[in-house]
Design a protein around this ligand. Structure first.
Ligand code: PLP
Length: 408
């Protein structure tokens, strides 16, 4: 018999646990800086106006039905996703060196990539993946679920609250040849710290020298800076350099399609005379993995994104929506930093505006985080990460004062 009685209790997911604690809190001043989902200035979820428009178009389409999508997903969506992430004129697309499958948002894309690598990458030798320290916590679970061992490379400097570039590069340099190097394309989660373009060039150099395999996770394109090309720069640079690599792409944040689970996995091979046939074989194996896991991906979110991505007018409107979200977040960074500086809060606060994207690593200790939760009803993860989107003109001063109090 199956000894279900022997199954141990697993720990609660820390982030979803934090969300539940926030919901239970009845204090009117409470502030949610936990989960990474965009909020408007009234702390409410924001449906992008362009998403509403696409939704209306779809709902009025008499030909819309609920049939299955193909195994690889909606073709108009995956093709548009390639252009978005690689750039419209990408040599990889022109040379048919890319294969793409629609996935269960970014998580599903990371999983499909990890599963594919576990099955086919450097079979027969020791494999090792490297994640930034810290990283999105799910990377650890996803890679261990597929049986790929991992280590970390230094990333965040607690001293400067910026990038530990030397530590990062030297660890990647010392990693066993052919390691899988997981990289956040932009708006690093949880730190908000990204390499500069010059630093990316050096990272690419080291990865090439050690024949490592880059695995990009891109969950914030356009959401970080408001500029799709700028946020996509690192990936496009690596492609230009001819790397074989893969990309996990999420539309959760940049379209606000969190619960619709729209994402894409891309595998790009290096330029060579048999690149096209390599990619075909890779695609055939990915299709089998996808079929056995989800059969075919969910349709609605991909239809929304595809409607926008394939219509120049809607696309331009989307870009404006992206600038609105990233602009509000940048304003909150400026406001928080200047409030803290006005209060003369001990420490330096330039990292708040130097960091980018949904999150900021404040530098608050776990003890301070718990104290702020208890005293001020502000909810953030124990590592001192705040979701910038939870701040608004009504609570930023309240939060700054709570920080000021706890660090004194
Ligand atoms: N990767 C990173 C770095 C993320 O921050 C996230 C979301 O928080 C994801 C992937 C995937 O999210 P989703 O599965 O909702 O697209």
């Amino acid at each position: 018999a199956f000894g279900a009685a022997a199954v141990p209790q697993a720990p609660e997911d820390p982030l979803f646990g934090l969300m539940a604690a926030y919901r239970r809190d009845t204090d009117a001043r409470k502030v949610d800086l936990g989960i990474g989902a965009y909020r408007d200035n009234n702390a409410k979820p924001w449906i992008l106006p362009v998403v509403k428009r696409a939704d209306d178009i779809l709902r009025n389409d008499p030909d819309l039905n609920h049939e299955y999508l193909p195994i690889a997903g909606l073709a108009e969506f995956t093709t548009a996703s390639q252009k978005l992430v690689l750039g419209g004129n990408s040599p990889a697309i022109q040379e048919k060196r890319v294969t793409s499958l629609q996935t269960i948002s970014g998580t599903g894309a990371v999983h499909l990539g990890a599963l594919f690598l576990a099955k086919f990458y450097n079979k027969g030798s020791d494999r090792l993946a490297y994640f930034s320290d810290p990283t999105w916590a799910n990377h650890f679970q996803i890679f261990s679920n597929v049986g790929l061992p991992y280590k970390t490379y230094p990333y965040f400097s607690h001293k400067t609250k910026g990038l530990d570039f030397d530590g990062m590069v030297s660890t990647i340099q010392d990693a066993p040849e052919g390691s899988i190097i997981l990289l956040h394309a932009c708006a690093h989660n949880p730190t908000g710290v990204d390499p500069t373009q010059d630093q990316w060039k050096k990272i690419a150099e080291v990865i090439r020298a050690k024949k490592h395999f880059p695995f990009f996770d891109t969950a914030y394109q356009g959401f970080a800076s408001g500029d799709l090309a700028r946020d996509g720069w690192a990936i496009r640079y690596f492609i230009e350099q001819g790397f074989e690599l893969c990309i996990a792409q999420s539309y959760a944040k940049n379209f606000g399609l969190y619960g619709e689970r729209a994402g894409c996995f891309h595998f790009v091979t290096s330029p060579s005379s048999d690149a096209e046939s390599t990619v075909k074989r890779v695609a055939s194996q990915l299709a089998i993995l996808q079929r056995s896991e989800i059969s075919n991906p969910p349709a609605y979110g991909a239809r929304i994104a595809s409607t926008v991505l394939n219509d120049p007018k809607l696309f331009a409107e989307w870009e404006a929506n992206l600038r609105e979200m990233s602009g509000r977040i940048k304003e909150m960074r400026t406001a928080l930093r200047s409030k803290l500086e006005e209060l003369g809060t001990p420490g330096t606060w330039n990292h708040i505006t130097d960091q980018i994207g949904m999150f900021s690593f404040t530098g608050l200790t776990e003890q301070q985080v718990l104290k702020i939760r208890e005293d001020a009803h502000v909810y953030m993860t124990k590592n001192g990460r705040i979701s910038m989107a939870g701040l608004n003109t009504n609570n930023v001063e309240y939060f700054a004062k709570a920080v000021d109090k706890v660090v004194r």
